[in-house]
Design a protein around this ligand. Sequence first.
Ligand SMILES: Cc1cc2nc3c(=O)[nH]c(=O)nc-3n(C[C@H](O)[C@H](O)[C@H](O)COP(=O)(O)OP(=O)(O)OC[C@H]3O[C@@H](n4cnc5c(N)ncnc54)[C@H](O)[C@@H]3O)c2cc1C
Length: 835
Amino acid sequence: MAELIFTLLSLGALLALAMNRAPLKIWALAVAIFTLSLQLGLGRGELHWPVFTIWSLLGWLVAAGLLALTFPRIKRDYVTLPAYRALKRMMPSISETEREALEAGTAGWDAELFSGTPDWAKLRRVAPITLTAEERAFLDGPTEELCRKLNDWRIRHELHDVPEDIWRFVCDQGFLGMLISKEHGGLGFSAQAQSLVLGKISSRSADGVTIVMVPNSLGPGELIEKYGTETQKAHYLPRLARGEEIPCFALTGPDSGSDAASMRDVGVVTKGWHEGRETLGIKLTWDKRYITLAPNATLLGLAFHLFDPDNHLNRGEDIGITLALVPTDHPGVDIGRRHLPCGAAFPNGPTSGRDVFIPLDWVIGGKERAGQGWRMLMSCLAAGRSISLPATSTAAAKSLLRTTTAYARIRKQFSLPIGFMEGVEEPLARMAENAYGLEAARAVTATMVSSGEKPAVISALLKYVSTERMRQSVNDALDIHGGRGVCDGPSNYIQGAYQMVPVGITVEGANILTRTLITFAQGALRSHPYLFTEIEALQDPDQEQGIAAFAPAFDGHLAFAVSNVLGSLFHNVTFGAFASAPPNAGATRRWWRQLARASRSFALVADMTVVLLGGGLKTKQKITGRMADALAELYLLSCILKRYEDDGCPRADLKLVDYCARNCLARFDQALAGALDNFPVAWAGVLMRPLVFPFGLRRRQASDKEGKVIARAVLEPGEFRDRLTRGVFITKDPNDKIGLLEYTLEKTVAAEDADKKLERAIRKGEVQRYYNNDWIAEAKTKGIISEDEARVLAELHDLTARVIAVDHFDAAELSRGEARPRAASAPSTDSIAAE
Ligand SMILES: Cc1cc2nc3c(=O)[nH]c(=O)nc-3n(C[C@H](O)[C@H](O)[C@H](O)COP(=O)(O)OP(=O)(O)OC[C@H]3O[C@@H](n4cnc5c(N)ncnc54)[C@H](O)[C@@H]3O)c2cc1C
């Protein structure tokens, strides 16, 4: 018994020391006490004297060794220096452009998740959604009005362009200057407000939101606001805010897509003639493509590599990536042709120029900022990537949930609303999960940006997760709508989003690259508590200086690694029962605990991945992709738990929170297990597996039963459905394609009892339901339904016919070739009037 107590106490002490990252002195003392206790007979048990002597000797040796390491000189010579030299060969090097990207962004909640011991107070300090009165009024006023004006079909199909009146409206109302400060004539809206405005517009028209989104994301407006000279600010910002200048920003070229920093566009500092005077300037040659708004732009933001062979700037020949503002009517600028991205109508096209001379003061920020272009871009990208695509993807997930749930309740097959069928419940529940989770992550991230953060890792993670989940929701919506979603026309409300999915996936860092390289491989450098400092120290050309910086980071890293090993094992063996949860966590306490437990496992595997893969991190993308997925699930779950609290813990939402949490954790486990099973250093994978999954892969996705509850709840009009789809454009006008759904849904639910009577009579053969018969009138005549019920059902019948109708066209009308002249007739719909 005494031996058992001794063993348990020793293990407990070991665990406590490791998990609290105790200093070496304490470890030395603990080992000494343990060894002494053994010698005094405590816990000796059945150990025979040779084994006992070896144990004791080993104990004293370890204690002495640990004590010796508390002397800085000894530790430096026997631990730090050999480690420094060995790691110098192993660790990845950081290129200049990578360094600029890393230093440009901030680490926030991602670093907490990487730490394995997230500080809940930090997450709770992120404010819930808050808007100023002015922002709220803009959302409810001009934004709502713009949504009503946007006619997706007309833009997408008939005009294949955004019409002049929409351009005029967005310019006049200041939509293009949301991020420009009030001081410079803009609206000066917070990131949260911008995100909400963009989301609402995008729920109405993907092309419509693009013309608003681009001037409010990375481009001339933001770059001038942050880095421009006073002259550039005074001249351009008010004009951009009023829409008197239409900006675009050109980074991508035919040979430099994802690897944008390798651009071949070149500028040479030289003297030339500008406005009749000889001026110091830049001779520019560029070839860019895919540039959004370029065909309509008046102001071209241009990225190029600047050289100064004659050393005019006194900074040597290679100045580096530089950004300039070039008016598109400047001689030599070739602009105006269009690409056709996925058939979308927003303006997008190439631009080029050869030996175009521009004065030096067209460089953004003037000649002092020449060569700082990459840093400037990265600094804006971290914030911008957190807003635009997450806002539009989330809006798509929410608005498709809104329309699909209405349709699934209205549309009947086999005498049942299709939404009540188990096969349809599955995608419906997934759509609800996506809408809830994405809105949670969108809102939390936008608030972080509003408060000044530039979340480098979270923005990359959210970009790929939100666009991938949008893709999932669009596909689910299409599947549930069947042919009604497939056939395009004025009454189709899915095709606009469907066409834009690949655009969201591709822009602002294509998803494969963003998932496999940026989120984890580069993200680990930013979010890991010690790695970046260690790598910087290892790259220091001055060895002594390098070692001085390396030593404390390395010590911390060792303690971190040991605490992760024991912490993971402990929390996984105890199923997270002792993991931390924030105070007053209430009904979600168990999920907070599971999140803490998962974060510990993530910290262990993430740390081992970066340490053991070293420079191979960038190429082992199947591992880094899975690690990115695992981190994404942790981030989503954090935001979901926070959203539930921010919303005031509505009881009705708890079942959805449980559903999301279960799925997040199951997907997290899958991602981590995949990484361990395929770990490139096989022995490390084998060793880590029992620490992370001591009892195997036990967590399961939410059950079918839970999915049914979610699907049924979201098919009911009311608060729950409204909360899930908040922030998107909603109307109940039956002459609008979205309004028709909402209007008919309410009528459907109200008429359900009467409808059941009618269905029963039809099944029994008492009433004949064929086109040549008025079956509602027949049921009324036979006393199966009352007169009131017959009236309600007749109205519902007409409305339903309009909801399920698809558009059809004259063949000539669809032909754009000369062989078939365009017919003048309007497209006809089975029953709905075109918008
Ligand atoms: C509609 C549209 C609008 C755009 N608007 C603008 C704009 O306004 N301004 C602008 O400058 N650019 C714009 N772009 C360009 C966009 O940012 C690029 O398309 C994007 O960066 C990808 O470059 P790429 O198309 O050349 O693909 P590539 O770089 O050729 O990539 C092809 C595939 O390879 C993957 N890949 C590449 N490198 C790696 C790697 N190291 N590891 C893993 N996978 C990798 C990518 O993820 C992608 O899946 C736009 C593009 C489109 C389609």
